[in-house]
Design a protein around this ligand. Sequence first.
Ligand code: ADP
Ligand code: GN1
Ligand code: MG
Length: 369
Amino acid sequence: MSASTENKDWLAELAPIAAEFSLEGRLVAAALHGSGHINQTFALTCATSSGRRRYVLQKINHHIFKNVPALQENIRRVTAHLAAKSPRALALVPTRAGSMCLQEAAGNWWRVYDFIEQAHSVDRVTNAAQAREAARAFGEFQAQLADLPGARLHETIPNFHHTRSRFEALRRAVSTDAQGRAAAVRAEIDFALAREADTDVLLGLLARGELTERVTHNDTKINNVMLDDATGRSAAVIDLDTVMPGLSLYDFGDMVRTAACSTVEDNPDATQMHVVLPYFRALVEGYLESAGSVLNATERAHLGFAGQLLAFETGLRFLADHLQGDVYFRIARTGHNLDRARTQFALVASIERERDAMARIVSDVFGPS
Ligand code: ADP
Ligand code: GN1
Ligand code: MG
């Protein structure tokens, strides 16, 4: 983030937008918040007769989410369903006109959530309990949405986890080479191309009916779960933009990618990235507790592979974005997406090496299938 963005007077800029929402009290502070790659997130503080009350205001990235009303319709249904089951579940705050989001004259879309207080998110797991809680929370989230009434949710980003499509997109980015960066990243490109066969494994199982489509989160990265400050237990699952039909293995795989790993996603030294087996075990245990009963034998058998696939898929996306000139993921430095791609591919290689150990952990936790 640039210094000018950091020093901006957000209160003055955001006050007219905040005024459109049904906030309690008087807006007294506004600041950038969190570390997501997609939306712009702000914490708003209001003074009320009973003390201060905080909200989260988000500018929704409409270049990525092209149909914001459909996206917000999904989130409205999902949050309403979760509210009846979890007291701290993420809750939308409507506009004064009763709508779930606001479009400004300039075209930007905004929404507000209640701030989840006395809780925090982490960008990196530092103990097994955090991994266990995250897996329990995302598994419970999925279990709670199993009886979501009504029509199939909108696909907010079509083919989001269609790994074959992500692979083909990388191939196109390499041949277009819009920024002239391909020659310098030949090793990463070759790493990706050598693993083409992996892209079709889960898609093939789905086509053969061995995997079941469910309502899944689809972005289960570790900083999308809020942990209670006092107990460390999960307080709420957040970032619901990609909640839509998907596979449990995508959710589990993205947890492995972000919670069973040794360092942050953008460590410039990719040699520091590898899978952490005790965290992987904690993820399997946590997931078993909340979602284990719904997983079939094929899903259980692919829990380790799912981590490898999601690290691969995300690496493909980072590398393609680097080649295209960083048009999708927010970056803070030149080469940021390349650093991210490198850690992801290092994680893929590490999971490939630990495949047997990970399979033993799964059968240890679940019992022999
Ligand atoms: P992005 O799509 O950009 O990742 P998120 O919805 O994940 O956006 O929000 C970014 C960060 O803001 C989260 O990682 C979390 O730390 C914080 N955050 C988001 N929603 C809330 C909330 N309701 N209460 C408290 N913190 C939140
Ligand atoms: C994005 O929104 P955020 O930062 O939680 C991305 C995920 C990637 C992740 C990589 C909508 O997640 O798919 O796995 O970055 N979200 C979207 O860090 O593309
Ligand atoms: Mg997020």
